[in-house]
Design a protein around this ligand. Structure first.
Ligand code: SAH
Length: 373
């Protein structure tokens, strides 16, 4: 049995004070510690969370000397841009960011008719080891801080709010991030505290102020953390990456299944539904001849039919040197139909940004490969 180490070291990566890691109270204390009145903290908070400022120079209502001091000892955004690419249709944009310690993470913006959905990372790398996932191949480097999680959102919030911001895109650009999914790099439940600190600030009306119902947390299925999430009292959506209906197959695709088995996971999801009355999404990436047979569809349909849920069938993003290939459109339709015949609502997720490696972990991987070449 493979043991997955669930302990992660927190790393302190810069000697400067990362303002995005501070709660409002902590920011106020910090500002008062510099001999400044508390309302200066309110001004800084407003610049960061309402006006998406990236530098102290922009904070023009602060005295110049204070701006200079902040410049010397603090940072607003910890993100530097390594690569930025647009899909051909210009409706998907992906950025590879560098963190202060040199780690890199990916964030993807997807522009739909009425929605602007941001797919953000919760860790640099990932420890879960899913065999079909590009992020898994490099293992886990470290947890992101709450500020590093929030910074991804603020970066794109600023981009969307500014019609002159590069890159210009063909699509009309409404002005706000409307949805956030924690489906980038990392396992959010494995960085629980920082992720929830970030979620609280992203949903706090005094901070970023996005409705919790517009945010989805996707997990490989860490059962104790699903129970914990049920108690949080925030209406964040839960998505569970299932990918197989039984232990034998799931353990091959999602190694953490050896620790938390399918039926126990489904029981935890039922407890979550009982507690929250919220519909849960199951993600199922279809892989040719691996998990896409009619028998497996029927088994999945039988197991999920009692649950208040929805299945998001994901066409596999093939990753280089991987034995896993996507299922044909025809077999995908058949799979979905069997689920529906069992009374389980199912839809196929739109494929987005395939040519820009928008799948989880793929841009970082191709950048690393190019550097190594
Ligand atoms: N660790 C979390 C969130 C990150 S991944 C989780 O596992 O849910 C977001 C989703 O993309 C997960 O369902 C994951 O299994 C899926 N995924 C990973 N690699 C993929 C690939 N190559 N093609 C399609 N989906 C993939």
């Amino acid at each position: 049995m493979t043991e997955i180490n669930l302990e992660v070291e927190e790393s302190k990566v810069t000697s400067k004070v990362a303002l995005l890691d501070l709660s409002r109270e902590a920011l106020t204390e910090y500002v008062q510690g510099m001999g400044q009145p508390a309302y200066r903290a309110a001004q800084i908070w407003d610049w960061i969370y309402k006006r998406y400022a990236l530098s102290f120079a922009e904070m023009t209502n602060l005295p110049k000397a204070l701006r200079q001091r902040l410049e010397d000892e603090a940072i607003v955004s910890p993100l530097g841009i390594v690569t930025q690419i647009n899909s051909l249709a210009k409706d998907t944009q992906k950025v590879l960011f560098r963190l202060p310690d040199g780690q890199t993470i990916e964030t993807v913006l997807m522009v739909y008719d009425k929605r602007r959905t941001l797919c953000i990372s919760s860790q640099a790398g990932c420890a879960m080891g899913c065999t079909f996932c590009a992020t898994a191949q490099g293992g886990l480097a470290r947890n992101l801080t709450s500020g590093e999680i929030i910074a991804q959102v603020l970066y794109f919030a600023r981009y969307l709010a500014d019609p002159a911001a590069e890159p210009r895109v063909d699509v009309e650009r409404p002005t706000a991030v409307t949805n956030i999914v924690l489906m980038g790099m990392g396992e959010p439940m494995h960085n629980y505290k920082n992720v929830w600190d970030a979620l609280r600030r992203l949903t706090d009306g005094d901070a970023f102020g996005l409705g919790a119902r517009h945010i989805t947390l996707s997990t490989v299925g860490l059962i104790p953390m699903i129970d914990r999430m049920a108690e949080e009292g925030l209406q964040i959506n839960l998505a569970v990456s299932l990918h197989a209906p039984n232990d034998e197959l799931r353990a091959q695709l999602v190694p953490i299944n050896r620790r938390w088995a399918v039926d126990d996971l489904l029981a935890a999801v039922q407890r979550y539904i009982d507690k929250t009355n919220r519909r849960v999404t199951f993600e199922y990436a279809l892989m040719n001849d691996i998990n896409d047979s009619p028998e497996l569809a029927a088994e999945l349909g039988r197991k999920l039919s009692p649950l208040l849920c929805h299945v998001n069938v994901i066409p596999l993003n093939p990753i280089p040197d991987s034995p896993f290939q996507p299922t044909s459109d025809e077999d995908t339709e058949r799979f979905v139909q069997i689920l529906r015949d069992h009374g389980v609502p199912a839809t196929v997720r739109l494929r987005r940004g395939i040519e820009i490696n928008a799948g989880c972990g793929q841009l970082r991987q191709s950048t690393t490969a190019r550097r190594a070449a």
